[in-house]
Design a protein around this ligand. Structure first.
Ligand SMILES: NC(=O)c1ccc[n+]([C@@H]2O[C@H](COP(=O)([O-])OP(=O)(O)OC[C@H]3O[C@@H](n4cnc5c(N)ncnc54)[C@H](O)[C@@H]3O)[C@@H](O)[C@H]2O)c1
Length: 327
């Protein structure tokens, strides 16, 4: 295997060989772009090849793509052998969709069994670092949240008892360009409803936006660049962070109504609202993350305000809308 060495601040730095599963997805595509720009070798494993990864691969020889279901462990092991860092983003997402649309067994197989097998392979090949995104602790009963809570505990177990340097990053509600929406026609195998793309696309189509519940439920809305920075710092952190879970959050949340008002402010127009009952697998909650571990271990505080993040996000969807209406 070739070792790439890059000089930065007068120190010789050995470039990492990183596998990013789910690298064609929303968060993955941004992380791949950043880590490749920093000179690392990045191997993307996903079920589909996105336009962004195709373009990146053409421009940057250190990015490779393998179309593979990571549950095919025999093939996945061949890739694991060739690398030394892993960011395991691939999962089946969707809160109500993991009840209404996807099969619960598939969700459990991929999110829990598949991830456990991958952690075992990372241990077998002495991985230097493994990063795993998880979700805030909520009492919602849906297969996505349940499986994500389980893998967070399994990753902690691997760190504590199986001596694997694995860290979970607990993410709030991430938004930004490239996040898919329910009827996105981008050839991705999974699409699901996420609040910010849905509100933007429905408004562009001149539809009314659908609000589940009374709009007072709260979450932490995090612009994707803050996630990218947190993953880079976690990957470069030499020390083992043991069972500490790094929350990518700021400790303040926003309601759905706040999101609507922020969009109305950026667009300087009122949105058409339709309130309906909560979806299966969800009920009213308030999510707040703890920014302390991020500060303490990775010396980072989130930079992007909601308004600035939305301003960076909206043009992507305007372009997607324009492309979808082009004859
Ligand atoms: N987006 C958020 O708000 C958020 C919040 C908390 C945690 N997370 C976690 O971050 C990760 C990435 O989320 P995202 O928003 O980018 O999702 P995404 O759906 O855009 O990306 C996931 C990618 O994984 C791929 N994938 C799924 N099953 C696979 C398999 N068996 N083999 C290979 N590839 C497979 C999909 O094709 C997709 O490209 C997920 O693990 C998710 O649980 C996301």
């Amino acid at each position: 295997m070739k070792l790439k060495i890059k000089k930065r601040n007068n120190t010789m730095e050995i470039k990492k060989n990183i596998i990013i599963t789910g690298g064609c997805g929303f968060i993955g595509s941004h992380i791949v772009e950043n880590l490749a720009k920093k000179g690392n070798n990045v191997c993307v494993v996903d079920l589909w090849e996105s336009i962004e990864i195709k373009d990146l691969k053409a421009k940057n020889k250190s990015v490779t793509f393998k179309k593979l279901n990571f549950n095919n462990f025999e093939e996945f092991e061949k890739i694991i052998k060739e690398n030394d860092h892993l960011i395991h983003l691939a999962a089946i997402l969707g809160t109500s969709e993991t009840i209404t649309t996807y099969d619960i067994e598939d969700v459990v197989r991929t999110n829990i069994l598949g991830t456990t097998k991958i952690l075992k392979l990372a241990k077998k090949y002495n991985y230097k670092k493994v990063l795993l995104p998880t979700t805030p602790d909520v009492t919602w009963l849906n297969p996505y949240k349940i499986t994500k809570q389980a893998v967070e505990r399994i990753a902690q177990l691997f760190n504590k008892e199986y001596d694997l340097n694995v860290t979970c990053l607990k993410l709030g509600n991430i938004y930004g360009p490239r996040e898919r929406w329910l009827d996105a026609k981008l050839n991705a195998p999974f699409n699901y409803q996420k609040i910010i793309p849905s509100f933007i696309m429905d408004t562009l189509k001149n539809d009314e936006i659908t609000i589940y519940g009374d709009g007072t439920q709260k979450s932490e809305y995090i612009y994707v660049d803050d996630v990218v920075e947190s993953f880079e710092r976690a990957l470069n952190k030499k020390e083992n962070m043991h069972t500490e879970v790094i929350h990518v959050g700021r400790g303040t949340n926003n309601s759905v109504i706040d999101i609507i008002e922020a969009l109305e402010k950026v667009w300087n127009r009122k949105l058409n609202k339709n309130f309906v009952k909560m979806r299966p697998g969800e009920h009213k909650i308030e999510i707040t993350l703890n920014p302390e571990p991020l500060k303490k271990h990775l010396d980072y505080e989130l930079k992007w305000s909601l308004e600035e993040g939305l301003k960076k996000t909206i043009p992507y969807y305007e372009e997607q809308f324009r492309l979808s209406t082009k004859k």
